[in-house]
Design a protein around this ligand. Sequence first.
Ligand SMILES: *[C@@H]1O[C@H](CO)[C@@H](O)[C@H](O)[C@H]1NC(C)=O
Ligand SMILES: *[C@@H]1O[C@H](CO)[C@@H](O)[C@H](O)[C@H]1NC(C)=O
Length: 292
Amino acid sequence: MQRLVWLCLCVLAMADIAMGAAPKKPVAVPFGRNYVPTWAFDHIKYFNGGSEIQLSLDNYTGTGFQSKGSYLFGHFSMQIKMVPGDSAGTVTAFYLSSQNSEHDEIDFEFLGNRTGQPYILQTNVFTGGKGDREQRIYLWFDPTKAYHSYSVLWNLYQIVFFVDDVPIRVFKNSKDLGVRFPFNQPMKIYSSLWNADDWATRGGLEKTDWSKGPFVAAYKSFHIDGCESSVNAKYCATQGKRWWDQKEFQDLDAYQWRRLRWVRQQFTIYNYCTDRKRFPTMAPECKRDRDV
Ligand SMILES: *[C@@H]1O[C@H](CO)[C@@H](O)[C@H](O)[C@H]1NC(C)=O
Ligand SMILES: *[C@@H]1O[C@H](CO)[C@@H](O)[C@H](O)[C@H]1NC(C)=O
C-alpha cells in the first residue's frame, strides 16, 4: 500500500514536470531560442551570447522582433529597461497578437517622456478585431533605471497583465455576458520600438527630439511557456492540463486582488471602464472588475 502511494506521487510529480510548473521568477532564456528580428535587423544589437539585446530608434527607423512560434494560452514574459533620458515621442511595445483580420491582441505600450517626467504604461485587449479597451497607469518606479519584468498570463479563464509580480490588469472571460474572449486563435509575441510622436506623449504635444537619439531599449529573459501550435490551429492538444489551466491560475488570489486595487487607486490615469463620455454604456466585461 505504502509503495503504491509513493508510486502514484512519483508519477504525479513526473507528470507535473512534463507539463511544466509555474515559474516564480523570470526565466533567463536567450533571445534566439524563442525570437527572431522582424525588420531593420541592423538596429538590433546582441550582448552576452544573445542573452541581452538592445533595440534602437533613430530618425531613419525603429525596429522589432517576434516569436518563432504561435501559442494558444500560456505565460509570456520579458525583462525590459526602457529608453532613458529624453524618450518623448517614443513607444516601446510588448504584445501578443493573432495574425488574421478579426484578430485578438494583448498589449503593453510604454509611452516615453521628457527627461525626468514619468512614463505611461498603456494596456489594451482586442478580441475579434475589437479594441477600445485602453487603460493607462503610471509606474511606481522609474522603468529606465533597471530591468523589470512584464508578463502576460493567458488561459481560458482570464488574461492577467503583470509588472514584476504585481497584477496591473485582469481581463476575465466574460463570454457569459456576450463578450468575445481569445480562445481559438494562436498568437505570436512581438516587441518593437518606434516613433509615435503624433499621439504618445501628452497626446502628441511633445515631439521626438532626434538630436537626443538614437533611443535605446534593452531586453533580457525571453521566457515563453505556452502551448505551441500552428498559426491556424483552433485548439491546443494539452488544453486543460498545463500549469496555467489549474485552479490557482483561474482567478487572482486575495493578495493579488489587493495589489491590483492598490495599482488602480494609486496609479491609474485612465480606464475605459469609467469613461462615461466615450462609452455612455459601460462595457459588459467591466462588471467583472470588482471595484470599478
Ligand atoms: C537624421 O539625423 C541625422 C543626425 O542628426 C541627420 O544628419 C540626418 O539628416 C537626419 N535624416 C533625416 C532623414 O532626417
Ligand atoms: C509626461 O509628463 C507629463 C508632465 O508631467 C505628464 O502629464 C504625462 O502624463 C507624462 N507621460 C506621457 C506619456 O505623456
